[in-house]
Design a protein around this ligand. Sequence first.
Ligand code: RIB
Ligand code: CA
Length: 312
Amino acid sequence: MRKIIIDTDPGIDDAMAIMLALKSKELDVLALTTTFGNVAVDLATKNALTLLELADRDIPVAQGVATPIAAPALAPPDFVHGSDGFGNINWPASTREADKRSAAQLIVDMVHQYPNEVSLVALGPLGNFAQALEIDPSIVDLVDEVILMGGAAEEKGNVTPVAEANIINDPHAAELVFGASWPVTMIGLDVTHQVIMDNELLAYIRDNNGKEGDFLYQATQFYFDFYYKTFGIKGCFVHDASTIIYALQPDIFKTEGRVIRVAVEGVGIGQTITAKPEQTFALDFWENRPVTNICLEVDSQRALNLIKSVFS
Ligand code: RIB
Ligand code: CA
């Protein structure tokens, strides 16, 4: 089984991704770590504990960063995920307690506990990964892979014309994560905008997954309403769950190696600016940067089929 730690800001699509990972037989979810983003970090932690109680899984949850490193903090998008992060369904909150460690410390501890076995899956802003790098830079050589939902190489942004939510929420953290010498795969809007989950698949998940399915169906209705009003779509983009799909079957995606720089200020703040390694540029912005594995295409039907098969 592939060991993963999921860093998350639950969040409706985070909840879908986490339940998908917990249900899959090929993934061993070691822990959830939480960050601000869709909701404040204390609510993200409570929601993560609620998801694990709902799934009846005894997995540690460690609370992480509450604010971006240096960029202006954005208000949680309650118009997308609801003020409770779960589509305002007021699901009973867990009474479980979080791990006493910080998210970053738990990540460092577990990466050392299982050297070269753990993949770090980010579903939110990247502050916990940046903090883990600061605590112990040696983890870059001990992590199997960083798989992150965020950014956009060729696609427009979803918060500004150029910036995707997880990156613009903490652009300095993203710049550090993309600049570290660990293997990083970016699951950005280039592919997540190609995978659309409709109500039929959601109803299937509801009907075949007991209380977890019922929760996901209820929580996602608010999200579907947002998508219909905003994009005229009857369904939703599969953002976070695409990281789990990649972790399970990477060949569903077509990738390309590119150098990434993140705009950390100004009108383009949060933009993931990519360049092919062989391209030469006058400025030294692009030198000595690691190459990130960027997902540019996806077989969306295979991705949706995989979701359905895991939730069967
Ligand atoms: O841009 C989509 C990302 O921002 C997803 O992770 C969603 O949960 C929000 O965090
Ligand atoms: Ca998320």
